[in-house]
Unconditional design. Structure first.
Length: 637
C-alpha cells in the first residue's frame, strides 16, 4: 500500500506539472494572440471608435456604431459639416444615434429632387472624397475618383495632371480640396479639375454619399450659435423668443424688415460680410444702383465694352447680373458691388441695397421645389407624411435620405470600413510605386548570397583544419558586438566612393557574409560523420561534389534557418535601405511604409504593419517543416 500510495502521489505531481506547463503555454499563446487581435481591430478604427480597445470592432455587430462611423466618414470626420447639413445639435460622432423618426417618403422625394433639380456644382459635396483629417486614410470616394481618372488617362500621373490641370507629384499624394463654399473667402473655381470632380459626383458616386451645402445650417451653427456661447437661453433673452434649441432658428431669404433690430442686424452682417457671394443675388430694384456704379467705375461705355467684350450704347443698356459668373471682370465688379466700392475721386461709396438682396441656396431651392411639385403645404403634407405649417419649416431632409441609404447598404458600408485601410496601404505600396518589386529583388539576392557565401566559408573552415580557424571565427563573431547603426555611415561613405549608391549591389554587398551564420553553419558541418566524406572520396567524388551533393544536401535544415534569417533581415531593413537608396525608384517596402505612416493615422499604420507581416508569416509556414528539422535533428544527434 505505501508503494502504491507513493506511485499515486508521484502521478499526481506529474499531472500537475504537465497541467501547469499547458496553462503557461496557453497563457503565452493568449499573450501573443491578444495584441495581434487588438492590432487587427485597430486597423479598422476611425476617430469615432479609436479610443476603444476591443478585439472585435463594435461596428461589426452594432448598427448604431456602424451608423456613427458612416456619418463620420460621410462628413469627412468634421462634426461642423454634419451639424450644418442637418441643422442638428450634436456634440460628437461617437454619441450620435440613429434618427428616432424616419420618413422614407421624404427621403425618396429628396432623391428625386437631387436627380431632377439643376443644382450648381458647388452645391453638392462628395462626402467621402477627401483624405480624412483624423484617420488620415483614403475613403471610398477619393479612391474611386482616382480609379476613374486612371481609367480615363492611365496610371501616368504626369498625363493625368495635364488632362485635369493639376500638379500632383504622385498618386499617393493625390488629394481633393475640403471646401464647403459657404464663407465669403471660399470661391468656386470652374476648372478642369472641378469639372472632373463634378462629373464623378453626378455619375459614379452613390447619391447616399453626397450631401448638399446648407447655408441656413451654416448660419445657425457657425454664425449664430457661437455668438451666444451655444446657450439658447441667452439667444432667447436677446431676441425675446422662446426656442428650445437652435434648430428652430431659420434664415430668411430676404432682409427681414419687420423683424426686431437684432435679427435684422445679424442677417445684414451675415449676408454682407460672411456668406459666399455665389449664394447671393439681387432683384431688379438694384439695377439703377448697379448701372450707376459701373458708370462711376468705367466713366464711358467704350471703357466698359473694352473690358467686357460687349457693345453697349449706354450704361442704361447694361442688364443686372442674374447669375454671377465664377471668375472674370464681371465677377470682380459684382464682388465690388456687394462688398462696397468707393470712387477714388469723389470718395462716394457704391453698394447693393440690402433690400434688393435675396439668398438662393439649396435650402430655398428645395422649398421652392416642394411648393412647385405639390402646389400647397397641405398637399405636400399629405403626400410626404409631414406636418409643415409654414414655408420656412420646409428643410432639406438630408438625414432621412442618408439614413435610408444607410439601411439599404449596411453590408457594403461594413465591408468598406473593414477593408478601406488595407486598400489604402495596398494602393500606396503595390499599385503606385516600385516598393514591392524592389523588395522582392532585394530579398531574393540577399537569400541567394547568404546561401552561397556563408556555406562556402563555413565549409572551408570545417573541412580544412587551419591553425587560424578559431581566430577567424572569433573575428567574425566580434562583428556582432557592433550594432548595424555604427557601420552604416562607413558603409555609406565606401559605397558612395565606389559609385554604387541607389543600386541593389549597394544593398547586398555589405551583408553578403555574416559571422553568426558562418558560425552556425560550421557547427552543423562539423556534426556530419567523417565516414561519409571518406566513402565519397574513395568513390572518386570531387571537392565540389562533396560540398554540393553531400554537405549541402544534408544541411537543408540549417540552410533554411539561414535563408529565413537573411530574408527577415533584408525584408525588415529600413534605415540602411533608406540611407543607401535615396532615389524613390529604389525604395524598398519598409521605406514606403515608413513614408506612409508619417502621413497616416493609427488605423492605417496598424493595417500597414499587418500587411508587412504577411510575407514573413507565409515564408515561415512554407519552410516550417525544414526549420523544425533544423531544431530537432541536431538535438537528437
Amino acid at each position: 500500500m505505501p508503494i502504491i500510495s507513493k506511485i499515486g502521489r508521484k502521478s499526481i505531481k506529474v499531472r500537475a506539472l504537465f497541467g501547469g506547463m499547458y496553462i503557461f503555454l496557453f497563457l503565452g499563446g493568449v499573450a501573443m494572440v491578444y495584441p495581434f487581435l487588438l492590432m487587427v481591430a485597430g486597423s479598422t478604427k476611425s476617430g469615432a471608435d479609436l479610443k476603444f480597445f476591443d478585439m472585435v470592432p463594435r461596428f461589426v455587430y452594432n448598427e448604431t456604431w456602424l451608423y456613427r462611423k458612416h456619418m463620420e466618414s460621410l462628413f469627412n470626420e468634421e462634426l461642423l459639416n454634419l451639424t450644418a447639413a442637418y441643422n442638428a445639435d450634436e456634440i460628437s460622432f461617437d454619441t450620435l444615434n440613429v434618427p428616432r423618426k424616419h420618413n422614407p417618403s421624404l427621403a425618396v422625394f429628396f432623391e428625386k429632387f437631387l436627380s431632377e433639380y439643376p443644382l450648381p456644382f458647388f452645391t453638392k459635396i462628395g462626402g467621402t472624397m477627401n483624405t480624412t483629417p483624423i484617420s488620415k486614410t483614403v475613403s471610398f470616394g477619393l479612391r474611386e475618383f482616382k480609379n476613374m481618372l486612371a481609367e480615363k488617362y492611365g496610371n501616368d500621373i504626369s498625363k493625368v495632371n495635364k488632362e485635369i490641370d493639376s500638379a500632383f507629384i504622385a498618386w499617393n499624394l493625390f488629394i481633393t480640396p475640403r471646401i464647403r463654399y459657404v464663407q465669403r473667402r471660399e470661391k468656386p473655381v470652374d476648372s478642369r479639375f472641378t469639372r472632373h470632380m463634378n462629373e464623378f459626383i453626378n455619375t459614379r458616386l452613390p447619391a447616399g454619399l453626397v450631401y448638399l451645402v446648407s447655408l441656413e445650417g451654416y448660419y445657425v451653427r457657425e454664425f449664430i450659435r457661437p455668438r451666444y456661447a451655444s446657450d439658447i437661453r441667452q439667444y432667447n433673452k436677446v431676441h425675446g423668443t422662446s426656442y428650445t434649441s437652435f434648430s428652430q432658428i431659420t434664415l430668411t431669404q430676404r432682409y427681414p424688415r419687420n423683424a426686431p433690430k437684432t435679427v435684422r442686424d445679424e442677417w445684414e452682417l451675415f449676408v454682407m460680410k460672411v456668406a459666399a457671394l455665389h449664394w447671393l443675388q439681387a432683384d431688379d430694384s438694384a439695377l439703377t444702383v448697379y448701372q450707376t456704379f459701373l458708370r462711376a467705375k468705367y466713366q464711358t461705355t467704350q471703357n466698359l465694352n473694352r473690358y467686357y467684350g460687349t457693345a453697349y450704347g449706354s450704361f442704361q443698356e447694361v442688364p443686372l447680373v442674374k447669375k454671377p459668373p465664377l471668375s472674370g471682370i464681371v465677377f470682380s465688379d459684382w464682388e465690388h458691388f456687394f462688398n462696397g466700392w468707393t470712387d477714388p475721386v469723389t470718395k462716394k461709396k457704391y453698394i447693393v441695397p440690402i433690400t434688393a438682396i435675396f439668398i438662393n441656396s439649396a435650402d430655398f431651392m428645395f422649398r421652392d421645389y416642394v411648393i412647385k411639385t405639390f402646389g400647397t403645404l397641405d398637399a405636400a403634407n399629405k403626400a410626404l407624411g409631414t406636418s409643415y405649417s409654414d414655408y420656412m419649416q420646409i428643410c432639406m431632409p438630408q438625414q432621412d435620405f442618408h439614413y435610408s441609404w444607410f439601411l439599404a447598404n449596411k453590408k457594403s458600408i461594413r465591408n468598406e470600413f473593414l477593408t478601406r485601410n488595407y486598400r489604402a496601404v495596398a494602393e500606396y505600396i503595390i499599385f503606385r510605386g516600385r516598393g514591392v518589386l524592389n523588395t522582392v529583388i532585394y530579398t531574393a539576392l540577399a537569400v541567394l548570397t547568404a546561401l552561397i557565401i556563408n556555406p562556402i566559408a563555413a565549409y572551408a573552415m570545417s573541412r580544412y583544419k587551419m591553425p587560424s580557424t578559431y581566430k577567424l571565427l572569433l573575428f567574425l563573431l566580434c562583428t556582432m558586438a557592433f550594432p548595424p547603426m555604427v557601420t552604416q555611415i562607413p558603409n555609406f561613405l565606401m559605397l558612395r566612393r565606389l559609385g554604387l549608391l541607389n543600386t541593389f549591389a549597394a544593398l547586398i554587398l555589405p551583408g553578403m557574409a555574416n559571422g553568426y551564420s558562418i558560425f552556425l553553419i560550421k557547427g552543423f558541418f562539423d556534426a556530419q560523420p567523417k565516414e561519409l566524406y571518406e566513402s565519397a572520396q574513395i568513390d572518386g567524388a570531387s571537392e565540389w561534389v562533396l560540398f554540393w551533393k553531400l554537405t549541402m544536401s544534408l544541411s537543408k535544415p540549417i540552410l533554411a534557418v539561414i535563408a529565413l534569417s537573411a530574408f527577415t533581415a533584408a525584408y525588415s531593413d529600413f534605415m540602411f535601405a533608406f540611407i543607401i537608396c535615396q532615389d524613390e525608384k529604389m525604395w524598398t517596402l519598409m521605406v514606403w511604409l515608413y513614408q506612409l505612416q508619417q502621413r497616416s493615422g493609427q488605423a492605417v499604420m496598424y493595417a500597414s504593419l499587418i500587411i508587412a507581416a504577411v510575407p514573413t508569416f507565409l515564408i515561415f509556414l512554407f519552410a516550417q517543416n525544414i526549420i523544425m528539422r533544423g531544431i530537432v535533428v541536431p538535438s537528437e544527434k
